[in-house]
Write a protein that binds this ligand. Structure first.
Ligand code: CU1
Ligand code: ZN
Length: 179
């Protein structure tokens, strides 16, 4: 009988260990965005990211620990929506402009890109000119659109053709003033 109780105890302990904080591999995706320091350059266009206003984007590809950062949500979607990249994306984040500044968006204000609402073709420009304004709520996006124009879309409806950004060939800097 003694051996059974020991076995039972061992099973209990093992069970406890597994229900602890250790995430299983499926849930072990990264949910935190690396800080974007002043040296960080856009994966799409090479610009220094923090030097320009407007919401930024960050992408994590499957099986790659390093995150890719983008000067603007516009550049992020230009990258992310390419079919060959789309398949490899594990996570993507954008700034929530409902809680942070357009001019200097904070690292702490990133939200999952999939959950965000977007205003395309507004009059406010980001690092590369026309960009997507990203928000955690549809209402915040709608309020922005009534102030700055544009079309409100959820993540699932974004395509390379309706991003409202110009096709970037080379660098279109200096277009972010005059809003
Ligand atoms: Cu750029
Ligand atoms: Zn860029």
């Amino acid at each position: 009988m003694r051996i059974f109780s020991l076995l039972f105890l061992a099973l209990m302990l093992t069970g406890c260990g597994q229900t602890g904080a250790e995430p299983n591999s499926a849930a072990a995706t990264v949910t935190v965005v690396d800080a974007i320091d002043d040296q960080r350059r856009c994966h799409q266009c090479g610009m220094a990211i923090t030097r320009y206003p407007g919401p930024k984007g960050v992408v994590q590809l499957q099986g790659q620990p390093a995150q890719l950062a983008f000067c603007s949500s516009g550049d992020m979607f230009q990258f992310l929506l390419q079919p060959q990249n789309q398949r490899q994306v594990a996570q993507a984040w954008v700034h929530d402009l409902a809680i942070t500044d357009w001019d200097k968006p904070a690292d702490s204000a990133f939200i999952h890109a999939k959950d965000a609402w977007y205003v395309t073709s507004s009059s406010r420009h980001g690092a590369m000119g026309p960009t997507l304004a990203s928000f955690s709520s549809e209402q915040a996006a709608t309020e922005f659109a009534s102030a700055y124009g544009g079309v409100v879309l959820p993540y699932a409806q974004l395509t390379l053709n309706n991003l409202g950004t110009l096709a970037h060939k080379g660098h279109g800097h200096g277009q972010s003033h005059g809003n």
